[in-house]
Design a protein around this ligand. Structure first.
Ligand SMILES: [Zn+2]
Ligand SMILES: [Zn+2]
Length: 361
């Protein structure tokens, strides 16, 4: 690590504690987070192009049941926003997804990476997904600022702009993430995060009535949660539906980068629980949407309706908007979409409600 950085940010554990204590009183008045619902989004920046006095540039953090926090885009001063935030935490971020190379989505990344990988909040391994040119940009920025990032800690997953359809970029025990190119003025991607199905609950009362007492046998039953018939080690066969609630369908969340036409991602976004869609232009500039590569609230509403999304969260607002003009745009959009429409705000939290599981039949 270069000396300039070492002397500034490499703190001892005791120094970190003192630093946290000293800066706590500097936090702006940010509302407390509601009880966690397992798929919550904290918006760190909701302005497009440049920050305003109320909004920073693009970034959001997705909080997951696993305790992981995934970041989508990292505009300038994103790490300052995290420091002010009650929910997002530098030490928990293990994946960063970048939608495209425009500055309002990436200019906070080099500083953030340096803090995450060699600084105050060290993480074990960080996965970074984004356009292939991102790798070169990061490397040259890091090199020219005479910083050295530990090689094995940062894993870069380049997205190929020549690939037309969607493709899987994360597939673990709990989640699948698809990336898909969407139309903007430069190569840009949208992401679909899907929770995997989760086990149903055992009806212990019913099993006891059947003479099956709680014990290791419950594990045998639980392990076969995705089968129609459950076969126990003594040969007894049980109808799963009569002793377990249905497996719970996972949630689907669509997070788009800047776009004037996301139709490419439509197929994998169908029936999403929520979509985060940009809203850069006012309706009066709708005729410029293709040329600018951006959307109006009405365009976002039409797409949310097309994919039958339960909620539409609008973000990436032009600095030309004020609260009043945004409300007018929202009124226009609500004519084209019957679900919830939410206007994102910095430090605002949106919770993707869990799907309901069907009870034992
Ligand atoms: Zn942008
Ligand atoms: Zn852009």
């Amino acid at each position: 690590m270069p000396n300039w950085l070492k002397s500034c940010i490499k703190l001892t554990t005791k120094e970190k504690r003192v630093s946290k204590k000293c800066t706590r009183h500097l936090q702006p008045d940010i509302p407390r987070a509601p009880p966690f619902k397992g798929m919550d989004i904290t918006f760190l920046g909701t302005s497009s192009g440049s920050p305003t006095h109320k909004r920073n540039v693009s970034s959001l953090v997705l909080h997951l049941v696993t305790g992981e926090q995934w970041m989508f885009d990292a505009g300038e001063a994103t790490q300052v926003q995290i420091r002010h935030c009650r929910t997002a935490s530098m030490g928990r971020i293990n994946r960063i997804f970048i939608t495209h190379m425009h500055g309002d989505h990436i200019w906070g990344l080099p500083g953030l990476l340096s803090s995450l990988l060699i600084g105050i909040e060290e993480c074990n391994q960080l996965h970074l997904y984004g356009p292939s040119s991102l790798d070169e940009w990061i490397k040259s920025t890091i090199r020219m600022s005479r910083t050295i990032l530990p090689r094995n800690k940062l894993v870069f997953h380049p997205l190929d702009a020549r690939q037309k359809g969607h493709f899987v970029i994360v597939d673990d025990d709990n989640y699948t993430v698809h990336a898909c190119p969407i139309k903007h003025t430069i190569p840009c991607w949208g992401y679909v995060v899907e929770e995997k199905k989760t086990k149903g609950n055992i009806d212990a009362a019913k099993l006891t009535l059947m003479g099956i007492a709680p014990g290791p046998i419950y594990k045998q039953i639980k392990d076969q949660w995705d089968q129609d018939l459950i076969v126990l080690s003594d040969g007894i066969v049980l109808d799963r539906k009569s002793i377990m609630s249905e497996p719970k369908e996972g949630r689907k969340l669509v997070i788009l980068g800047d776009t004037c036409d996301p139709s490419n991602i439509q197929e994998i976004s169908m029936d999403a629980n929520a979509i985060v869609h940009e809203c850069t232009l006012p309706e009066s500039m709708a005729h410029l949407s293709r040329q600018r590569g951006h959307s109006t609230a009405t365009m976002a509403a039409k797409f949310a309706s097309k994919i039958r999304a339960k909620s539409l969260v609008l973000n990436h607002f032009s600095p030309r908007f004020c609260d009043d003009t945004l409300r007018k745009e929202l009124d226009l959009a609500s004519r084209h979409y019957k679900g919830n429409i939410i206007l994102a705000s910095d430090f605002g939290i949106f919770q993707v409600a869990p799907n309901k599981s069907k009870s034992v039949g």
